[in-house]
Design a protein around this ligand. Structure first.
Ligand SMILES: [Zn+2]
Length: 141
């Protein structure tokens, strides 16, 4: 499974990379090749098994050796990380072109292709009407 981080700025990317590593690759995880950082140019991937340092500016994404059945769980974990860090200008969604990919993109680019996310709980909607009726629920509580 692949997490595409190409469309976000370097600061956000470094926050995400830090928290994703903690969340997906805890120190008690003995699997090798479970979590690999994919860099833009070199083919020498920063393997976290050996805690290789990386430059967030050149990171393209993260490859997770995870069962595809868990892709929605992983997507929700990424959303939780973004909510926790108040990253509201980006959203995490399934890539509609590629079934094994989670895409992190600008909220506005998501909206332009018909993906709407609640900024309070990161739930995903197909259109603005569904989103705004969902938003009302947050304001009632
Ligand atoms: Zn919500």
């Amino acid at each position: 499974m692949y997490i595409d981080l190409e469309n976000i700025d370097a600061d956000t990317r470094s926050v995400l990379l830090r928290d994703m590593e903690l969340e997906f690759f805890p120190n008690d995880n003995n699997l090798t090749h479970y979590y690999s950082i994919i860099n833009l140019e070199d083919t020498n991937n920063g393997e976290i098994g050996g805690r290789v340092s990386y430059d967030p500016a050149t990171v393209k994404g993260v490859e997770l050796a995870e069962n595809l059945d868990h892709i929605n769980d992983i997507k929700h974990k990424i959303r939780d990380i973004m909510l926790r860090n108040s990253i509201t200008e980006y959203v995490a969604t399934r890539d509609r072109q590629s079934t094994n990919t989670i895409l992190v993109m600008k909220r506005t680019s998501g909206e332009s292709i018909g993906i709407f996310h609640c900024r309070h709980c990161a739930m995903e909607f197909d259109d603005e009407i569904q989103l705004s009726s969902h938003l009302r629920m947050h304001y009632l509580i």
